[in-house]
Design a protein around this ligand. Sequence first.
Ligand code: ATP
Length: 238
Amino acid sequence: MLEVAGLSVAYGGLRALTDVSLVVKEGQFVTVVGPNGAGKSTLFKTISGIVPPTGGQISFMGQNLSRLSAARRAHLGIAHVPEGRQVFKTLTVRENLEMGAYQKAGRKAWHHTLDRIHALFPILSERATQFAGTLSGGEQQMVAIGRGLASVPRLLMLDEPSMGLAPTVADTIFERVSQIHREDGVTILLVEQRVAEALELSDHGYVLETGRMVLDGNYETLLRDDRVRRSYLGVADG
Ligand code: ATP
């Protein structure tokens, strides 16, 4: 479904990604982990068309994305829920969700999608007329995910949805993401710092360090890797 091949990105003279390749098959749940500054957000921004690459290729559903704007990519079914949530604070919860449904597919399915968003996140129905800026961090993350769903995506890219949330709230978010994957059949590409929880949900995981993919594999493979155990799972050797 999504194929990233030999992707490189630079900000001015600074290389953020070097020769990065990744494959997400339809229906999969794929996670990218790595330390701060590794380039995870840059990878997502390049896939969604916000940041231009200096080399390499990205294709989605067999179509080369290189000449397509971010809006066209959204139209093809790529939804990007950015790091730090970035809800429109002075719009209501409902208006924020509507913003996600501005394209044709989203508008057509709007009533059905809104019911689904409320079934996943009942609190958003209660808070529909409240300004999004007054919500808790967890609720804002729910709005951000809901806004992504409102576009009726084929691929939902989530950039650190658990960031800054209490563990129990993060657990709820993970459960909902898993539900969206299982029940709605949406393909998921996730960036996460909570590595153990994220890999447990995943069909495949990638490790990105200083702009390069250094390892990938399924849950069992990554769990067996000493570097992953030490650096990301806090497991001592032996
Ligand atoms: P984090 O988890 O801390 O968000 P990350 O893995 O998502 O990290 P990126 O945000 O993609 O990493 O950053 C990768 C590198 O690119 C870092 O060295 C960062 O300082 C740099 N960078 C990111 N955005 C810009 C920008 N707009 N201009 C210049 N440099 C940038």
